[in-house]
Ligand binder design. Structure first.
Ligand code: ZN
Length: 612
């Protein structure tokens, strides 16, 4: 073995075995140049993509997303919006009503593999490319193409002429290679929902009229060419002429930009030498809020760093654009004319996505709750702390959202593909509310400290690896020493519900017995607070046998651990030392973190015999 082959062997060993127990990651290296005509909103460009197949399989085809083709009358997205069981409130404009100028499209031509033309098949938002030379495990190939597009009006997330007058919100604008991962090809047609992508490096040149200011994923490479400098409040409008903005974004799975002639551009120092950028319209109504947002965004980033782990890039931009708010690599597009609480809240949510959607990047089409739910969980806690809201139960809104869903009759299992829900309402509540409750309740099962230890370990071990639900569960088990398969199964793969009740209290020869009942299918460990008439309190804990362990007591008062509650038995006798007459009240789940759908039967009050 020569030194060279030895090095190669070591490299191969590490690239295939280092990630033992984890998943392969394909790699992309994009070089793009795009020129946008601001008058017609047409753009054209070229793309050179070095694509590396790190999977153990030989690829004969690759797929690209052409998202802007969804913004046409009669598209699959338009049809889906018309036929869903309830209205998707996030679409304010009907796609079918778009005029030719208002529509979007993205077409590719001259697709080559290593310099040779390849055959392609276009099916609206997906382009199928048959490779001339199959791509074996560990091999790279160069794919080149030209593209031409039209920016649609802002109907959803991206587009031109936003309601607040932002000229261009350029998200999902380029031919984007689909992810090939442990689930195979992720080439779902776009119907207005979620994204999944391949990590890699983006080198992007954007050519447009000089008077525009561009906000983008990645680091600007040529501030000196731009004119008076990137950080200037506003560059003077010159009449004619184009300028090229050159950005490099390393290790991202998406590249987004926005452009407007009226952007104010501020920077603010964030934690760990991160520079925060803010781009917003020169509109006197919003300027004060957007200034106030800057130090608060730094606080948000510090909060997420401390609770989950360090943000890995050196830049993040909050950009006025799009509709509502949407997370992208190293930036967010959000609407700007909001009351301060709302501006801060949306920024908190979209920034939190950087951890869950851009660094961990669970497939949000398949496991939407791990993205939207976890993001909602952590941003709600951050808001409560940074805005000093001091809410005792900050996740109350998420729990309420879940309870409404559970009672709605239209709930589907959380493992449902984001595109397959019958009701938009059920998708939204399942992804956001039930997803946030998943973590709130995991904190109930294992304790708050262990929950955050789990999140930190999960982030450290699974960043840039597209984790699956089971990967989080296995870490939670390792951190807590508890078995949690039952929790993941019942909560995410079924619509089983939690409902426990106190059905009575009966005196025994010595002491009394509290009669407990599991009224629904989903099991949960029980925490029970007993308050005696003399003022004494006792905390009782009943693990379930499926856990094969017990939570550590994280409360300030001692608790008594009882024998396990076996799942098969819907009833349980909790034995207390004192008589029924000594008891003032008994409360099931005093923390409120267990998502019990009917709390009316969670109490026993002495004056009210046989509470129900
Ligand atoms: Zn979100």
């Amino acid at each position: 073995m020569t030194v060279k082959t030895f090095i190669l062997a070591v490299f191969l060993f590490y690239s295939f075995n280092f990630t033992n127990g984890q998943y392969w990651q394909q790699a992309v290296d994009y070089k793009m140049s795009v020129s946008l005509d601001a008058e017609t909103a047409r753009y054209k460009g070229s793309q050179k993509l070095i694509y590396t197949n790190n999977s153990p399989e030989t690829l004969h085809k690759v797929f690209y997303h052409l998202y802007f083709n969804a913004f046409q009358p009669g598209s699959e997205m338009a049809v889906r919006l018309k036929n869903s069981a309830d209205k998707n409130g996030r679409f304010k404009v009907s796609v079918d009503s778009l005029s030719v100028e208002e529509q979007g499209f993205l077409r590719v031509s001259n697709v080559t593999q290593d310099g040779h033309y390849v055959s392609t098949e276009d099916s609206e938002t997906i382009l199928e490319v048959t490779l001339n030379t199959p791509l074996g495990p560990g091999q790279s190939t160069t794919l080149e193409l030209n593209f031409q597009g039209q920016v649609p009006d802002v109907v959803r997330r991206a587009g031109k002429n936003s309601s607040e007058g932002v000229a261009f919100s350029m998200a999902q604008w380029y031919p984007k290679i689909a992810e090939y991962d442990i689930d195979g090809w992720n080439s779902d047609p776009y119907t207005g929902r979620e994204f999944h992508g391949v990590w890699g490096d983006f080198d992007v040149k954007i050519i447009l009229d000089k008077e525009f200011t561009v906000a983008a994923s990645g680091y600007l490479q040529n501030a000196e060419d731009i004119g008076k400098g990137y950080a200037d409040v506003k560059r003077p409008k010159s009449k004619r002429g184009k300028v090229t903005w050159h950005f490099i974004a390393p290790q991202v799975h998406d590249f987004t930009w926005a452009a407007d002639v009226d952007y104010i551009h501020d920077t603010f120092p964030g934690p760990n030498d991160v520079t925060l950028h803010f781009f917003y319209k020169n509109d006197p109504e919003i300027i004060e809020n957007w200034r106030k947002l800057q130090p608060d965004t730094a606080k948000l980033m510090a909060y997420f760093n401390s609770k989950i782990g360090p943000y890995p890039y050196k830049q993040y931009s909050v950009v006025q654009g799009g509709d509502g708010g949407m997370e992208y690599a190293m930036l967010t597009l959000i609407t700007g004319g909001r009351k301060y609480g709302s501006l801060f809240g949306v920024t908190a949510h979209e920034l939190a996505h950087s951890w869950f959607q851009h660094v961990l990047a669970t497939n949000e089409t398949k496991h939407e709750w791990m993205d939207e739910g976890f993001t909602s969980f952590i941003s709600t806690l951050a808001e409560n702390e940074i805005l000093k809201e001091n809410r005792e139960f900050p996740l109350e809104g998420s729990y309420r959202g879940y309870f409404n869903l559970a009672a709605s009759g239209v709930e589907m299992p959380q493992s449902t593909n984001a595109n397959r829900y019958e009701h938009n309402y059920a998708y939204e509540s399942t992804a956001y509310s039930k997803g946030a409750v998943f973590l709130g309740q995991l904190g109930y099962i294992m304790g708050k400290e262990k929950l955050f230890e789990t999140l930190q370990t999960y982030y450290k071990e699974w960043q840039f690896k597209h984790p699956q639900p089971n990967d989080l569960r296995r870490i939670a088990e390792r951190v807590s020493g508890l078995q949690l398969q039952w929790y993941l199964t019942d909560w995410t793969q079924t619509t089983n519900k939690i409902d426990y009740a106190i059905t009575g209290v009966e005196n025994k020869e010595k002491g009394c017995v509290v009669l407990l009942k599991r009224k629904e299918l989903m099991p949960m460990p029980q925490e029970i607070l007993v308050v005696y008439k003399n003022g004494d309190t006792e905390l009782h804990y009943i693990p379930i046998s499926l856990m094969r362990g017990e939570k550590e007591n994280t409360y300030s008062i001692e608790w008594k651990t009882h024998k396990d509650w076996a799942w098969a038995n819907p009833k349980y006798d909790l034995i207390l030392d004192r008589s029924k007459e000594a008891i003032e009240t008994i409360i099931l789940d005093p923390s409120g973190l267990m998502a019990d759908i009917d709390k009316n039967d969670n109490f026993y009050v002495s004056s009210k015999e046989g509470s129900n």
